[in-house]
Design a protein around this ligand. Sequence first.
Ligand code: ATP
Ligand code: MEV
Ligand code: MG
Length: 402
Amino acid sequence: MLERSLVVSAPGKVILHGEHAVVHGKVALAVALDLRTFLRLRPGGGGSVTVRLPGVGVEASWDTPRLRALRSGCPGPPPPRPGTAAVRRGPSVEQLDTLREFAGITAESSAPESLATLAFLYMCLAISAKYGDVPSVDIIVWSELPTGAGLGSSAAYSVCLAAALLTACGAIACPLAEGESTARWTEEELSLINSWAFQGERVIHGNPSGVDNAVGTWGMCVFAEMSLVASRVPTLRILLTNTKVPRSTKVLVAGVKDKILKFPAIMNPVLDSINAISQECQSVLEAMPGNPSPEYYPVLEELFDINQHHLNVMGVGHPSLDRLCHVTASHGLHSKLTGAGGGGCGITLLRPDTSPLAVEAAKRDLCACGFECWETNIGAPGVTLHSSSSLKADVLHALSMS
Ligand SMILES: Nc1ncnc2c1ncn2[C@@H]1O[C@H](COP(=O)(O)OP(=O)(O)OP(=O)(O)O)[C@@H](O)[C@H]1O
Ligand SMILES: C[C@@](O)(CCO)CC(=O)[O-]
Ligand SMILES: [Mg+2]
């Protein structure tokens, strides 16, 4: 059992192409975002598990003997093959019902705090059942990511939980040496973290593809058939806009499935077309040098436009996202939704030669719609272990360490 405190973090993500289609076996291009979720785990002596999730208003504590008694119903997935996302066996309906009853969560509640608590309980019990005893720990999770806005907050949360709980149970090492500021796990350990994070995503999403937890674990990826198939994307300038319209990935993913079942002959060609967009975009990105010149951009922009129309056809658009696309188009910029859609965030591609004045003008108009936007470069490290001295003051404060 772990004797010292640890802090782990995992990044959010931006999906360039392939959201929703990836749930149905198509290719997705996704990149880590420099906004992270942080988790601090402290070994506790009190025979209890305490969890604080300020982002969703959860503060809970359970006695370890009560949790131990619940564990037999929570077997975990078999070990993954290196580089693969995970197997598709996870929590059963009965297991989740038992945990809901234990935590006082009403059936079918999709409230953020209910899903976060359920994912925590499932992962804590299943990981400890497989690798050791229920650890007496005190956990706090805080995030720079907006919750439920399409930037992979659920996956960053699940990846942090998997890394911390597996380390606490001794299933993976604690690779941070004295004097080091950050450390990462071995490839095999990352595969295990990813596999368990996928189980957390299953609790939150219902039917995740695994792309978000793969990005949270490895940082950036091209994702197909439950596996990473490549991992290099050039630096792209992106304007990220949060429409602040709340939505649930679980509900949107279920809606797309219903539409495909209802109109297979109409929807399957749309999925195939999105797959072709991801492949086309991947080949453009692969041909681009690290600091690309403007000549590559017209194709990337057109692919954004086509995919945005497809996502509308699939029923995951929203008037706020149409407005976002319209406003940026009036500044000569091209946008699409990112993540599950239905509100949440959109991304706008900025060319290397897009002037700061043009970006400022677009931002002003987007903010006038009530949206929040910020410019970012995409690409960030995957799940990471931190020394407390390497953390910024706001993170230390949020994790009650200052
Ligand atoms: N910081 C956090 N603390 C606790 N739970 C969180 C946190 N961030 C996200 N969650 C959980 O994840 C849920 C949001 O997941 P959801 O998949 O709907 O959105 P997302 O992951 O932000 O977007 P997308 O899946 O489109 O990328 C919340 O309702 C909550 O249960
Ligand atoms: C909508 C979706 O494709 C991406 C959510 O970020 C769902 C998934 O892949 O699990
Ligand atoms: Mg999610």
